[in-house]
Design a protein around this ligand. Structure first.
Ligand code: 3H9
Length: 703
């Protein structure tokens, strides 16, 4: 097999080319190729310099993440090669372009000189994988930019542009030329002026401006802000070790890296890296499916959802029209959008010009006819089947042929809505999550008749607007809300049995959930949640059980709509939720009404199991019914849409970590101890069978 690394000659310069598509990741083959190339370079004294460059769209985007799980994985061969590169007695230049990330930047830092295309992005994003730069990034970067900035860059994982890198001395020169040409010109100029090797490892980290307790405070800060991510703490320790002699820092980094590589947190986050990329691939849909152009978007409904949805497109530079039924509603919707943008500007995230440019892309109308020219129209009216059917029928008539019609329903039957348009092939579900301009998840609901190019177009568009798109089949609540339904069911039963919202939320927040179920629904709106339950009841979906979601229905009746009305499950002191005796009273009253026994000592472990195990069980049903294509899609939905902790890798990954026999055993336990009314605790056949075979849910594949 051809090596992904080749060495060729250009006059006196040895050209080392890395060609490992798609991103030139440092696979074992690339590392072996680097070793062979360095051997060849060392053996040929006629070369005056070595120039490294990457073929294709980028230099090197990092270590090969898929190799980190190999049983014999070690950074040693690569790190040893970096030491050899840096030690070479003739100048070594890296010509950078694309995304110079992780091990790619570490490779560049081992070279003596760096020239970059102005569009190059440079960074050490390992923290996003729950690890730290393991090939001397934590040691060389502080020697160039100082410990403070190095810690900021490594701990955040953010990239910087080439111009900033040039100012910081990370890059020596910028060049618009193609990377190889830029590298050759730079190296020839170096040789002409007789410049030789320069080694970062021989420098000292500047410490003059560093506060004496800098690392102590940084460590405390990491522990407080990222309690679930050991990488945050190890990164501080590794950067601190850069103050030691290089070899000692190197040893510290290697130990801290290895600790993280084998940690469950990093495994979970690496799983999510690949799950996110896999989610965009749709079985049976060829990559080259023709896309429909989307140059303009219409959004019907300028409420919280509609406004947030419109912002996504304005942010991506796509002109968007918002249609409402009254001028007041339209003014209000556009006013909220402007206020959101201005809040971002006040925080320095947008300039005033950007605010105005985005607002200029948005226009309002009271007339459906304004939607006639749009390539994509998304309806975002209230979650009510009759209303949505009427709206879909109107859109079917008004939208131009070839336009895509999307519904933002969060639970309703997309096939019914698709038929209502009279052109079901053009219809798809685009379920945004609130706040729609912030949350990364987009559930794309594939109807029975959705045309392949409609699906492919929407998946591509999701990328354009920065969303993680996951395809779901049609069912009540799709992937996310269907699972959330059983989670909320148990939250409410626990409340009626005597647990407070703070106890319920606290139990799962202690695992790292961004927000427990009660705070989540209070924020999304109790009214929204209750109407969904009521609609589901009308459609015949609810179990014949009056105690089912009795709390949310009662709260709705009482006008306790959550944060927006100052009270829901909690009472609100500004935005701060506080336990409300009124909730306890309502829960106790409902318990008495429905004959539910009360306890005042429900342990956190029971709360966790009763919230999460039914949710996992429902996930298994979703897989066996083919609603989700793969287990990782479920994990992405929960991490990107519901604040499920990334260090647990999503509910499916977490279930496998706990062990399916344990989950199945506890579901059976609750069925025995609580009775199994309406099949609440019945185990999904898939979960039961995988548990019995000692298999994992993650390994499951549709037949
Ligand atoms: C590291 O470097 C540790 C070191 O400190 C120590 C050890 C040396 N490995 O995202 P895309 C695949 S840790 C393996 O869709 P884009 C990806 O799965 C690493 N595979 O493209 C996908 O495959 P497929 C530090 C990788 O243009 C394809 O490439 N580096 C890797 O939207 C295209 O990816 C990072 O964390 C990899 N490192 O974005 C950078 N990277 O076609 C991670 C990509 O089969 N990568 N693939 O689905 C990224 O952030 C983005 O991929 C990048 C391109 C910005 C580069």
């Amino acid at each position: 097999m051809n090596s992904p690394v080749t060495l060729s000659r250009h006059g006196d310069i040895a050209l080392l080319r890395i060609d490992n598509p798609p991103v030139n990741a440092l696979s074992p083959g690339v590392v072996a190729g680097l070793v062979a190339a360095i051997d060849a370079f060392e053996a040929d004294a006629s070369y005056k310099a070595l120039l490294l460059h990457g073929e294709g769209r980028t230099f090197v985007a990092g270590g090969d993440i898929s190799s980190f799980d190999l049983p014999d994985f070690t950074t040693q061969p690569f790190n040893g090669t970096l030491a050899r590169i840096e030690a070479l007695g003739r100048p070594v230049v890296a010509a950078l372009h694309g995304t110079v990330l992780g091990g790619g930047l570490e490779l560049a830092l081992a070279c003596h000189w760096r020239v970059a295309h102005p569009k190059t992005q440079l960074g050490l994003p390992e923290v996003k994988l729950g690890i730290l730069p393991g090939s001397l990034g934590t040691q060389r970067l502080p020697r160039v930019v100082g410990a403070e900035l190095a810690l900021d860059l490594i701990a955040s994982g953010r990239s910087i542009g080439a111009a900033e890198a040039r100012e910081l001395g990370l890059v020596d020169e910028l060049s618009d030329a193609a990377p190889l040409q830029a590298g050759i010109a730079f190296t020839e100029a170096l040789l002409a002026r007789g410049a030789g090797p320069r080694r970062i490892s021989e420098r000292m980290v500047a410490t003059e401006s560093l506060a004496p307790d800098f690392f102590e405070r940084a460590l405390a800060d990491a522990a407080r802000r990222k309690p679930f991510h050991p990488s945050a703490r190890n990164i501080v320790r590794a950067v601190q070790a850069s103050l030691l002699p290089f070899a000692e820092g190197e040893a510290a980094e290697a130990r801290l890296f290895e600790e993280l590589r084998v940690s469950p947190e990093s495994k979970a986050m690496r799983h999510l890296f690949f799950a996110e990329r896999l989610a965009s691939k749709i079985p049976g849909l060829p990559r080259d499916t023709t896309l429909r152009p989307v140059r303009s978007v219409g959004v019907l409904g300028a409420g919280t959802m509609g406004g947030g949805i419109a912002m996504n497109f304005a942010n991506a530079g796509i002109p968007t029209v918002l249609v409402e039924t009254s001028q007041a509603a339209l003014d209000r919707g556009l006013g909220i959008i402007r206020a959101n943008y201005e809040a971002s500007a006040a925080k320095g995230r947008l300039t005033t010009e950007q605010v105005e440019a985005r607002m200029a892309l948005l226009r309002g109308s009271l007339d459906d006819a304004a939607l006639a020219d749009c390539d994509l129209v998304i309806e975002a009216v209230f979650e009510n089947m009759d209303l949505k059917k009427q709206v879909c029928a109107r859109l079917g008539a008004v939208c131009k042929p070839g336009a895509i019609i999307a519904t933002n329903t969060s639970t309703l039957d997309v096939d019914v809505l698709a038929e209502a348009t009279g052109r079901p092939a053009d219809v798809v579900g685009m379920h945004f999550f609130s706040p729609a301009n912030v949350m990364r998840l987009l559930e794309v609901v594939r109807g029975a008749k959705t045309a392949p190019e409609v699906l492919a177009t929407v998946m591509q568009l999701a990328r354009t607007i920065g969303k993680v798109a996951v395809v779901s089949g049609v069912c009540y609540g799709f992937i996310g809300n269907r699972m959330a339904e059983v989670y909320m069911r148990e939250a409410e039963f626990l409340m009626m049995e005597g647990a407070s919202p703070a106890q319920i939320d606290g139990a799962v927040e202690a695992l790292g959930m961004a927000m427990g179920p009660c705070r989540m629904l209070d924020m999304a709106g109790i009214d929204v949640g209750a109407k969904t339950v009521i609609e589901y009841g009308k459609a015949g979906g609810l179990p014949p059980d009056d105690s089912y979601r009795a709390v949310v229905r009662k709260m709705f009746e009482l006008g306790r709509f959550g944060q927006k009305t100052g009270a829901g499950y909690y009472r609100y002191d500004g935005r701060k939720p506080v336990d409300d005796p009124e909730t306890a009273r309502i829960a106790a009253e409902l318990a008495a009404q429905h004959g539910i026994a009360r306890r005042d000592d429900i342990p956190p472990q029971e709360i966790v199991e009763r919230l999460l195990y039914p949710l996992i069980n429902e996930g298994a049903r979703i897989l066996e019914e083919g609603i989700a294509y793969r287990p990782g899609d479920i994990d992405m939905v929960w991490v990107a849409g519901y604040g499920f902790p990334d260090h647990r890798g999503g509910p499916v990954h977490m279930a496998d970590a706990i062990g399916l026999p344990q989950i199945a055993g506890r579901l059976a336990h609750y069925a025995n101890t609580r009775g199994n009314p309406h099949g609440y605790w019945s185990i999904s056949p898939l979960l039961a069978s995988l548990a019995a075979q000692g298999k994992r849910l993650s390994d499951w594949q549709a037949a």
